[in-house]
Design a binder for this molecule. Structure first.
Ligand SMILES: C[S@@+](CC[C@H](N)C(=O)[O-])C[C@H]1O[C@@H](n2cnc3c(N)ncnc32)[C@H](O)[C@@H]1O
Length: 287
């Protein structure tokens, strides 16, 4: 990865957000016609509607309400959101400028290598960060739970220029905690793993943060790097997720215990709006 490549990349225009897909609520059809004549109930409905005001629209559920209503079936919720194309809740249409700056500022993070570096982005969404790593000449893999998500990421990648050689981008469907997707890849461990809004999207009450740390440690080569864009550091612990509140000390507690050493921890120079002035970015070397 050269400094020039990073500079050129930071000047690329940010890709714009696709128009949001409207949520269409499915309604049952009342007043079914028989022999093309309005039914009695239809006539009744019509006459009543001139007397009564229309019923209020159902209250809109917040993102967090949708997860709370699922009674812990979060993977099903993610899949459903992707199947409906409602990724606007989290998608920001571009790789994080904090990450772009961080990679440019720390070219020493990676040793020169004869083979392309491999990068993994778990819960990659539409793949903006995967595409960034590929543009830097890495073999970049994005992992997503639903095939509808990887289809959307692949489709999006076809709208942007291909990465320069030897960079490549692949979008894999699978559960981060399962080996099924890993068994399909030639690469079993990566030089780099990047986490942004993935670990904090896993329910901490189920012990998934500790499982995430163990899993990440297994997926990174000895000497390899984990980069975390730490978010949401501002959020109160009693507020519902995802994303669930976190602090820098939490990353430290989770990652030191599975063999990582923190080698950088800094305030980004540029932010995405969601974490403006509060995000931190950290890099961890696997011992
Ligand atoms: C908040 S979104 C963030 C997506 C992406 N990092 C971004 O910033 O646009 C979290 C993503 O993690 C994915 N996800 C959740 N649990 C997962 C799992 N066990 N394995 C793989 N992906 C998962 C969801 O489908 C969702 O797209």
């Amino acid at each position: 990865m050269s400094t020039l490549a990073l500079r050129a990349l930071s000047k690329r225009p940010a890709t714009s957000l696709r128009p949001l897909q409207a949520l269409i609520s499915q309604r049952g059809v009342s007043g079914t016609r028989l022999n093309n004549k309005p039914s009695l109930s239809h006539q009744t409905d019509t006459s009543m509607s001139s007397v009564l005001p229309p019923p209020p629209p159902p209250p809109k559920m917040s993102f967090q309400d949708i997860f709370a209503a699922s009674q812990g079936e979060h993977q099903g919720v993610w899949k459903n959101l992707w199947d409906k194309g409602t990724y606007h809740y989290w998608d920001r249409g571009q790789a994080s400028p904090s990450l772009v700056d961080f990679l440019r500022d720390h070219p020493d993070l990676f040793q020169p290598s004869k083979t392309p570096l491999t990068a993994l982005v778990p819960g990659c969404g539409r793949g903006h960060d995967v595409n960034l790593f590929a543009d830097l000449g890495m073999q970049a893999y994005g992992l997503e739970l639903a095939s509808s998500a990887t289809d959307i990421a692949r489709e999006f990648s076809e709208t942007i220029p291909p990465p320069p050689a030897p960079g490549s981008r692949s979008y894999i469907t699978g559960d981060f905690f399962s080996n099924e997707w890993l068994n399909r890849l030639d690469t079993k461990q990566f030089d780099l793993v990047y986490d942004y809004t993935f670990m904090v999207a896993l329910d901490p009450a189920k012990g998934l943060r500790e499982q995430w740390a163990e899993r990440v440690a297994g997926l990174i080569k000895p000497g390899g790097i984990l980069i975390c864009l730490e978010f949401p550091l501002y959020k109160a612990y009693d507020l519902p997720g995802p994303p669930w509140a976190i602090r820098s000390e939490t990353y430290m507690g989770l990652l030191e215990s599975v063999g990582f050493e923190r080698v950088h921890h800094e305030k980004p120079r540029r932010y995405l709006p969601a974490g403006k002035d509060t995000d931190m970015i950290s890099a961890w070397r696997r011992k």
